[in-house]
Design a protein around this ligand. Structure first.
Ligand code: HEC
Ligand code: HEC
Length: 84
């Protein structure tokens, strides 16, 4: 190898070393990904008792598709929806 090749090799090695030191030395501990927030539904604009007691009776068909991902949603409307 001639001098020029050695010089190039030296520069490359130095760059790798600097990169490794820069990344390795100061990398903070990876923070764990935050829990995804629980699905928050819209507020309920009406009473919850009396004629409104049977949520599914009125909303069942309309929300079937939009709530398909929420297993057991039929039992727990109020986990995600709050009265206004
Ligand atoms: C007698 C029929 C009826 C019953 C029973 C009923 N609702 Fe409703 N609800 C409505 C109507 C009418 C609206 C307003 C129009 C709409 O958004 O469909 C509404 C609106 C809502 C909304 C707001 C929808 C939006 O688009 O933001 C939520 C949430 C809701 N109801 C939840 C419930 C829950 C939970 C129950 C059971 C405790 C329930 N409803 C029972 C008729 C009913
Ligand atoms: C796991 C949480 C969760 C549960 C349980 C749940 N919902 Fe929802 N609901 C949502 C979310 C999220 C939305 C969409 C948010 C928005 O309205 O901006 C929504 C939207 C709605 C809407 C507006 C129309 C639509 O399809 O977007 C109605 C009405 C509704 N829910 C009624 C109900 C009723 C009635 C129950 C119980 C049978 C129920 N929800 C249970 C989370 C939930």
């Amino acid at each position: 190898m001639n001098t020029k090749k050695w010089a190039i090799l030296f520069v490359v090695v130095m760059m790798v070393a600097v990169l490794a030191a820069g990344c390795g030395g100061s990398t903070p501990e990876p923070t764990p990904a935050p829990e995804p927030p629980a699905a928050v539904g819209s507020a309920i604009p009406h009473a919850l008792d009396g004629p409104y007691e049977n949520c599914i009776g009125c909303h069942g068909a309309a929300i079937e598709a939009s709530h398909a991902d929420f297993a057991g949603y039929e039992e727990s409307c109020l986990d995600c929806h709050e009265a206004e």
